[in-house]
Design a protein around this ligand. Structure first.
Ligand code: ADP
Ligand code: ZN
Ligand code: ZN
Length: 745
């Protein structure tokens, strides 16, 4: 071998991020055209045997690889970077913090259309006529006046869309005929991008006069001009948080700056979008999973060019590019949907704070039930606390009581006392909301003779009985099978559905309150959007009805005529094994309770429990959420759990539990070795089987790492992950990292 072949390449190198799970970037030679390229641009590069879309991260001179081992960039896809420097930096930070491949992170941050070699602006079709020199046909159209008129229109206005042709009164037949006669042809063109929206005027006539608390909060927010500051609006349901967001946004919009609003769920709360659309005279767009690929690309462009004044979106909207972003709002900041649980396990709320910091913007987090993390950040003066303690309108706080169901006869989960209350409220022509956190008909199907229980073949979990259509389903993996007629063990035909789900309760309530409409809201009943909308419409008429549902009804809806809210069973949350179990229970109960008495009629909240004297539950019922949160924070401090410590979990999955556990044991040894260099600042717990031990055919295990400081854990986990990446990992093991896990399931 001659020396030149071995030496490292010297000369210009582009470092390219590629959507693969590998946590590294790759060296490429410049493209043949030698056009200079900027970080944040997409390129087509050879990778393995394919050409793949990658992203330029940086430019350097020289590679540790020899020239012959380097491949060249095949094609430049973007003349201008699709990621601004700031956004690219944020995404790099996110990939580093959550220990995920930068290529996958960048890929997830763009609309699907841009993940292949499509141009950034959406394409559209226009019709053109041939110029005299290229004319192929001299058909005079003497006998076709419509076609003749259309041809002359197209000649006058080159590049008409089909839509504008139709608007001018022609039909698609005329277009087809002219095309057939080779008088016109179609051309696909990139859509011209919109202009930045026009700054709004300072005063919005639709703004509501704020009360004193709201005014104080708004003043604090708008004082901060183009600086980073994180505000937490800690305000009970209906206290007018949204009104403050809107008025703070108004200030930005009148400066020509854009606003980003993150919400937990958009499909379920179409009111949110229309509320903003009605308030502001600029274009308000939404970004959520329900968009088609083209719609998403169009929305992305509108944000990037500044044509959209406001973007309202779910989790992934935090990666939207903006021409001129002025403020970020995260509504319901405590909501667990802001944390992605699979793949790139990021928290959109936390990245939003990072984005605001980097881009020097104010950010508002809002919630009636702030997360313990955010409350801790207030205690340590990282966030500014803005509290709203009164309901904005006339509404007053509901009263709360606990009904002891221990040793009581329950009818489909409801105590006599609760049934009586339901009757009273319905008799007063009011609406009643019943919260039960289990969809389906019944959570257990069991044989009365031998005790057999229907279990999922792929998970360690029971099958839930469903009706309409009748079958049994696993809520962990989605497996579905026919409802057995006989017991597969003893062939007995007496199978019993035990326990209570929304469908069983619905059936019972329909029979019991015959004249009253019963509306069930859960993941099954809301799958059809039109059906869901018609239920919301019915509730909004204000007529007496019974509303029952899961978590979904706790999210953001305004139902002014509800005067009774019942929580059928508070005990699952009370005894949850997860460290966030009680926090989430308190948030759900408080949010559901917040649906009561939103207008002028006073509300009542009833909580059923078999542990009516449980300290935690009484604490929650007798105190405000914020007092209860203080109590939970003390507990977290005593047990040294977040936010008083930082967690990361290494997860492994395999077809056998022992394989997953053994793999994590190896990692635990590596972790111990690293820890000795860290003065044992990191605690490792496990490996242990995950609480959901088997899901979709895979056994699951976890190794939990805990440190006092974020920075310690970050450095530690970075070292550990790079060592794991160097292992030869058998293909039958899947592993991942979850930094700041939401739950240890
Ligand atoms: P939150 O976001 O805290 O749940 P909203 O901002 O949606 O509360 O306000 C709840 C209701 O009270 C809305 O109908 C809103 O229009 C109204 N509202 C808000 N602020 C005021 C105010 N200062 N005076 C009167 N009504 C208000
Ligand atoms: Zn049996
Ligand atoms: Zn299953």
């Amino acid at each position: 071998m001659t020396e030149s072949k071995n030496t490292a390449h010297e000369g210009l190198i582009y470092q390219v991020a590629i959507p693969t799970p590998l946590r590294k970037i790759f060296d490429y030679l410049p493209p043949k055209s030698n056009k200079p390229l900027q970080p944040g641009s997409r390129v087509l590069v050879p990778f393995g045997r394919r050409l793949i879309v990658g992203f330029i991260i940086s430019i350097k001179s020289g590679s540790s690889l020899a020239s012959k081992n380097l491949k060249g960039i095949d094609k430049i896809l973007d003349e201008h970077p699709i990621f601004s420097n700031k956004l690219l930096k944020l995404l790099q930070w996110s990939a580093g913090y959550y220990q995920h491949s930068i290529g996958e992170v960048l890929n997830a941050a763009i609309p699907k259309k841009l993940r292949s070699a499509n141009p950034t602006n959406p394409m559209y079709q226009v019709w053109k006529s041939y110029s005299p020199s290229e004319k192929k046909n001299s058909n005079s159209l003497q006998n076709a006046p419509k076609q003749k008129a259309l041809l002359s229109l197209i000649q006058k206005q080159e590049g008409l869309t089909k839509e504008s042709i139709m608007k001018a009164g022609f039909d698609s037949r005329a277009i087809k005929e002219l095309e057939k006669k080779q008088l016109i042809y179609k051309q696909i063109k990139p859509k011209p991008l919109g202009n930045a929206f026009k700054p709004l005027s300072r005063k919005n006539p639709k703004s509501i006069d704020l009360n004193a608390q709201q005014k104080k909060a708004l003043t604090a927010i708008i004082q901060i001009e183009a600086k980073f500051k994180c505000f937490l609006i800690d305000g009970i349901t209906g206290s007018g948080k949204t009104e403050i967001y809107m008025q703070a946004m108004q200030q930005q919009l009148c400066e020509g700056r854009q606003c980003l609003v993150l919400v937990p769920e958009i499909g379920l709360t179409p009111q949110t979008l229309s509320l903003f659309q009605e308030r502001f005279e600029c274009s308000v767009i939404s970004m959520h999973s329900g968009l088609t690929d083209n719609e998403r690309l169009a929305a992305w462009n509108m944000a990037k060019t500044g044509a959209a004044g406001i973007v309202i979106g779910t989790r992934s909207a935090i990666f939207t590019p903006f021409a001129n972003l002025g403020i970020i709002v995260v509504d319901e900041e405590h909501d667990s949907s802001f944390k992605q649980q699979e793949g790139f396990k990021y928290s959109a709320r936390d990245i939003a704070i990072m984005r605001a910091r980097e881009e020097k913007l104010p950010i508002i987090l809002g919630s009636a039930t702030p997360s313990l993390e955010s409350l801790h950040n207030i205690a340590t003066k990282k966030f500014v606390h803005l509290s709203l303690t009164n309901r904005a309108g006339k509404a007053i706080e509901p009263t709360k009581i606990i009904i002891d169901t221990n040793n009581k006869r329950l009818e489909n989960g409801l105590s006599e006392q609760l049934l009586y209350k339901i009757e009273q409220h319905l008799a007063a022509k009011k609406q009643v909301l019943i919260f039960i956190n289990r969809r389906g008909f019944a959570p257990t199907l069991s044989c009365q003779q031998c005790g057999w229980i229907a279990e999922c073949k792929n998970c360690i979990s029971q099958m839930t009985v469903h009706i309409k259509p009748t079958n049994i389903r696993c809520h962990h993996c989605g497996a579905l099978s026919k409802l057995p007629a006989n017991c597969p063990c003893c062939n007995n035909s007496k199978l019993e559905s035990i326990g209570l789900g929304t469908q069983k309760l619905e059936k019972f309530l329909q029979a019991r309150f015959e004249s009253i409409p019963v509306l069930r809201i859960d993941r099954d009943s809301t799958r059809r959007k039109t059906l869901f909308q018609s239920m919301l419409d019915e509730i909004n008429t204000g007529k007496s009805c019974l509303l029952l549902g899961t978590q979904m009804i706790a999210k953001g809806h305004h139902f002014p005529n509800i005067t009774l809210v019942a929580i059928v069973n508070a005990d699952t949350g009370l005894f949850s094994p997860d460290f966030r179990g009680q926090e989430q229970m308190a948030q759900t109960i408080t949010q559901v309770a917040g649906r009561a008495g939103r207008a002028s009629s006073p509300g009542e909240v009833v909580i059923q429990s078999r542990h009516a004297s449980h300290v935690t539950l009484n604490n929650l019922v007798n105190n405000s959420y914020s007092d209860f949160a203080k109590y939970l924070l003390q507990e977290r401090l005593a047990t040294n759990m977040p936010p008083f410590s930082q967690l990361a979990v290494i997860k492994a999955q395999a077809k056998q539990l022992s394989i997953a556990l053994n793999f994590l044991k190896k990692i635990s040894v590596m972790s111990d070795a690293i820890n000795s260099k860290f003065n044992s600042q990191v605690n490792s717990i496990g490996p242990i089987p995950a609480p959901i031990e088997k899901r979709a055919g895979m056994f699951r295990a976890q190794l939990i790492l805990k440190a006092k400081k974020k920075s310690t854990l970050q450095q530690f986990i970075h070292l550990l992950v790079s060592q794991i990446e160097n292992l030869k990992i058998p293909s039958n093991i899947r592993w991942s990292v979850d930094v700041d896990p939401n739950e240890l399931t």
